[in-house]
Design a protein around this ligand. Structure first.
Ligand code: SF4
Length: 395
């Protein structure tokens, strides 16, 4: 009989928002409380049925495998728009069904203006120990243009309430390359946010996603910073955050020492995770899957996991190798070549000798001991570097 412990994460998707932002292509929409309660019930059933299936699978395999959950992430949408008690109920179900590590990281995304003192206390009491505020900008004109529901002042109040409720691990999501944004307005955003001293800051460039209002009407908006301006903003971001004591540990993520996001690191290290909720993606064994995207149907299926999963993809060894490179190179620490050999049974040079040599020669990659990582120049054109690591076969 085998007796192993597997570390895994859990992602939980809450597909509701107060209002749709004009650039958003996530699965999210406004809904009334009846829908939110019905969704919560279906979600809890999905969690319970998944755990039951794991138990049956383990008995069939005659293993005594026990999952150890190291991180839980409530994303969306806006998880903080669920009615009182829902987050606590979901977490209670997760605890019933899985073995949660004592110091597991439990993150909840919140939008400024959607939390109050009692809700934040409820989250703390339920075990949430990390908040992630979607601020995007400290400039109220930029926020209004993006269709955000809050002002910077409302964010400051939500942040203050979060600290008061005892949250000592807070991320703030920010955005660059917003139409009309300049280096000066972005720098001003950093100044205002850093004055609050969050433990973690993410800064992603705005991407114009097909089918969003912004992409379809881009001519009606101020110009989007071009690629050169975007890179200048990226370099300024790195310098400003670095000089304020934030370490960049992934291309777009910065934190104070010890406050790196464990859940995201699990993704970038190709760790396994369950995905629960509409459109939630999971990765278990060598299988990637996601849940159906239709909220009404999700509620009707009420946790029937045989019918909830779609886009099931069984990864080949080549897929796994590519993912290991794409995800690993996003980390500033880079990929561990010894880890590559342990996972795939061959030295990295047997698969990528030419690609590594070529990118090192061009100053895009650097080898330091066992680590292979992007240089600053490599970060600027990381998509080009990563495309070199796509494996082609059959010819
Ligand atoms: S708050 Fe986030 S998930 Fe909701 S509409 Fe805006 S960008 Fe999309």
């Amino acid at each position: 009989m085998m007796n192993r412990t597997y570390e895994k994460g859990i992602y939980i998707h809450i597909p509701f928002c107060v209002h749709k932002c004009i650039y958003c292509d996530f699965l999210s929409a406004p809904a009334d409380d009846a829908v939110k309660y019905a969704y919560t019930k279906a979600l809890i059933n999905e969690i319970r049925n998944t755990a039951d299936k794991q138990v049956i699978d383990k008995q069939i395999n005659d293993n005594q495998t026990r999952d150890k959950i190291t991180s839980i992430f409530f994303g969306g949408g806006t998880p903080s728009v669920l009615p009182d008690g829902c987050i606590a109920d979901i977490l209670m179900a997760v605890r019933d069904c899985f073995d949660i590590e004592d110091d597991a990281e439990i993150t909840m995304e919140c939008n400024p203006g959607t939390v109050n003192e009692s809700r934040l206390s409820e989250y703390r009491a339920a075990g949430v120990n990390r908040l992630s505020f979607g601020l995007q900008s400290a400039d109220n004109n930029e926020l209004k243009m993006l269709g955000r529901i809050h002002t910077f002042e409302q964010f400051v109040e939500s942040f203050r309430l979060a600290r008061k409720a005892g949250f000592n691990n807070i991320n703030v999501d920010l955005m660059s390359a917003i139409p009309g944004q300049t280096e000066a307005t972005l720098e001003n955003t950093f100044d205002k946010v850093m004055a609050l001293q969050p433990e973690h800051i993410s800064v992603y460039s705005l991407i114009l996603e097909d089918g969003t209002y912004l992409a379809d009407n881009i001519d009606k908006f101020p110009p989007v910073p071009d690629e050169d301006e975007d890179r200048r903003m990226y370099h300024m971001t790195n310098e400003r955050l670095h000089s304020a004591g934030y370490e960049r540990y992934e291309i777009s993520n910065y934190s104070r020492k010890g406050f790196e996001c464990r859940h995201n690191l699990l993704y970038w290290n190709r760790g396994e995770y369950y995905g629960f909720g509409c459109s939630a993606a999971g990765f278990i064994g060598n299988e990637r899957y996601s849940d159906i995207r239709d909220v009404k149907k999700y509620i009707e299926l009420n946790g029937d996991i045989e019918k909830l999963h779609e886009n099931i993809e069984i990864l080949t060894k080549e897929d796994a190798i590519e993912e290991f490179m794409f995800l690993g190179l996003r980390k500033m620490a880079g990929v561990d070549v010894m880890d590559f050999q342990r996972r795939f049974g061959v030295p990295i040079e047997n698969v990528y000798a030419k690609e590594i040599e070529h990118n090192v020669d061009k100053g895009l990659l650097i080898r330091q001991g066992d680590m292979l990582k992007l240089t600053e120049y490599g970060i600027d054109i990381c998509n080009t570097v990563m495309s070199d690591f796509i494996l082609t076969y059959g010819d």
